[in-house]
Design a protein around this ligand. Structure first.
Ligand SMILES: Nc1ncnc2c1ncn2[C@@H]1O[C@H](COP(=O)(O)OP(=O)(O)O)[C@@H](O)[C@H]1O
Ligand SMILES: [Mg+2]
Length: 263
């Protein structure tokens, strides 16, 4: 693992009964990289993210190392999901993860405080610690609102907003934790071409502004080939290829997997 590595996964296997969802997978995400994970439905993509973020427990022998913003390296397998989130690994879910009865800004505030060790309200209403934390959080959330062009809808209920904007709010909610590695599970699912392009633009902006590395699961091959620095392809839990777009596009095993899945 070099200084430029943000995430290093080795020998990761996750099994559900007889199904080997992830079969001895190893990968590395570099600092500042947009790394993509693709593969047909049921290939094990979401399971991999769930194992990295502490939701599923891999078989013994796996290692998942993360280098945080401070340069410190941690073996994530020793920690629980909320601890991993606090260390700087944020993830979105395949299904929309927003609080739709709350405003846009409140979603971000919730995103920030959900992973706090102590709930802000436990400090008591007038304690200076609580006030300072709240002010700092508001500053961070306001800057995210601006980065994602959500100023105009900041105080609106999320349920009233179009789907593409709701997905942007979800992105903002996980950004409120100031992550060092962002794991996005099909962030463009259900979007039209214009919304997808918009989402790509915001992901670039985030990477640029916050120096966040991105691990993205995505189905749209055209987009992935255009934006990902490296791509890993899974099929039935196994790695069939990892490389730059050109290598992936011309890889016979990848072509087989996709033709097999779609025709
Ligand atoms: N919690 C679970 N319990 C049982 N089987 C699961 C669970 N999660 C995923 N699987 C199985 O693991 C395999 C991979 O699923 P998943 O990681 O969701 O695939 P992908 O995200 O690539 O579509 C599938 O066969 C799926 O049915
Ligand atoms: Mg999935």
């Amino acid at each position: 693992m070099t200084n430029e590595t943000v995430l290093q996964v080795n020998d990761l296997t996750v099994q559900f009964g007889g199904v080997v969802a992830c079969d001895n997978l190893s990968l590395e995400v570099h600092q500042g990289e947009l790394f993509a994970l693709i593969g047909p439905n049921g290939a094990g993509k979401t399971t991999l993210v769930n194992a990295v973020t502490g939701i599923y427990e891999p078989k013994p022998g796996a290692s998942v190392k993360f280098r945080g913003r401070n340069g410190e390296m941690t073996d994530l397998l020793a920690y629980r999901p909320h601890q991993i989130a606090r260390m700087g690994v944020a993830r979105t879910f395949q299904n929309l993860g927003v609080f739709d009865a709350q405003t846009v800004l409140d979603n971000m505030m919730l995103g920030r405080f959900m992973h706090e060790k102590t709930n802000i309200f436990h400090y008591g209403l007038f304690s200076s610690v609580a006030v300072k934390k709240e002010l700092a959080a508001r500053r961070v959330c306001q800057s995210i609102v601006e980065l994602l062009d959500l100023q105009d809808v900041r105080d609106e209920l999320v349920s009233e907003l179009p789907y593409g904007v709701q997905k942007r709010v979800e992105l903002g909610r996980v950004l409120a934790m100031e992550p060092h590695l962002l794991m996005l599970d099909e962030p463009m699912a259900g979007m039209n071409a214009e919304e997808k392009q918009e989402m790509v633009r915001y992901v670039y902006r985030i990477m640029d502004e916050f120096k966040t590395s991105v691990f993205m699961i995505e189905h749209d091959m055209g987009i992935i080939m255009a934006i990902a620095e490296r791509i890993m392809v899974l099929e039935f839990g196994r790695e069939i290829a990892t490389g730059v777009a050109e290598d992936i596009q011309n890889n016979p095993a990848v072509i087989d997997a996709y033709l097999g899945a779609e025709h």
